[in-house]
Design a protein around this ligand. Structure first.
Ligand SMILES: O=C(O)CCC(=O)C(=O)O
Length: 294
């Protein structure tokens, strides 16, 4: 039968052990974390985004047999994704995970590998692409499809406490998944695929409703699809009260590009700007009925 945890039951899955694992490893997988209705909402949001010509579709491995689609800030393009961010327990789970009552939206991203033999997402950390610093931040990775461990996103636990690498260059990932994004200030990514045994790689068999929470400093990548699979996933990125604006190398824009942000904020300022709406406490305009929810 379709179903799943209530909102409160989902929030209760973030136990003190989960919080400790997240702090140490920067990644934790919570099984059966979301009710099936949240996945319905996610599926409707994905359909709207894919049908919307004004929502940019970025192609990895453009024109190759392993091509797949990525779209950014679907919160602005799809009412369903906006509702998922405000109404589902994800924000409350992240609030407990990172110990911040106040939660803001940074971004969200679909990775649509909707068919056989889509390529791997190259290994990377997210922090180098984002104009921020701090520790109270998490991405919730949610997949609409059942996938085996070797098609799941893979992570290097603990790497959020290690070296901060340059990003990869999305335009030439097919030729070189470690080619630098900025080419300035940060060391290039290691070639983890070329030497997988040297790394402690974690991933999980995934069923719809499972959620992986990851710190954006953790190295992660992977998730090619097999001959009979599809893997349609979103990552919802939320942050808490210690996150400040930070500069990145000036050779490329950050992701998403937020023109004007750096003209209004100084490095070290708290990251407060309409680009990043507050999610918790729920703003009055987003409240449900007359409830007194946070
Ligand atoms: O799902 C994927 O293949 C990539 C996801 C990712 O890079 C992320 O969640 O930051």
């Amino acid at each position: 039968m379709r179903g799943g945890p209530s909102v409160q039951e989902s929030i209760d899955l973030i136990t003190s052990e989960v919080v400790d694992t997240y702090a140490a490893d920067g990644v934790v997988c919570i099984k059966n974390a979301l009710h099936a209705e949240w996945l319905d909402l996610l599926g409707m949001g994905l359909a709207r985004v894919m049908a919307d010509p004004s929502q940019a579709k970025h192609l990895f491995y453009d024109g190759q047999p392993n091509e797949f689609i990525e779209t950014l800030r679907n919160f602005d393009a799809a009412f369903e994704i906006r509702r998922l961010v405000f109404d589902s327990p994800i924000a409350d789970m992240i609030s407990k995970l990172i110990d911040s009552d106040d939660i803001w939206y940074y971004s969200d991203e679909f990775f649509v590998k909707d068919g056989a033999n889509c390529g791997r997402t190259p290994w990377h950390q997210d922090m180098p692409y984002w104009p921020l610093e701090g520790n109270k931040i998490a991405s919730a990775w949610i997949c609409l499809d059942s996938i085996p461990k070797d098609e799941c996103l893979e992570y290097i636990p603990g790497s959020h406490k290690g070296v901060r690498y340059d990003g990869f260059n999305p335009r030439i990932v097919a030729e070189d998944p470690t080619a630098p994004h900025y080419g300035k200030d940060l060391p290039p990514l290691p070639d983890i695929e070329a030497d997988r045994d040297a790394w402690n790689i974690a991933s999980w068999d995934i069923e719809p409703g499972d959620v992986i929470f990851a710190h954006p400093g953790v190295l992660h990548g992977g998730g090619q699809t097999g001959p009979n699979s599809r893997r349609r996933a979103i990552t919802i990125r939320l942050y808490g009260d210690d996150i400040t604006y930070a500069l990145r190398p000036d050779t490329k824009p950050t992701a998403p590009y937020t023109p004007g942000l750096g003209l209004r904020l100084e490095p070290g300022d708290l990251l407060r700007h309409p680009w990043y709406p507050q999610i918790r406490p729920v703003p009055t305009s987003e409240r449900i009925g007359t409830s007194t929810e946070r």
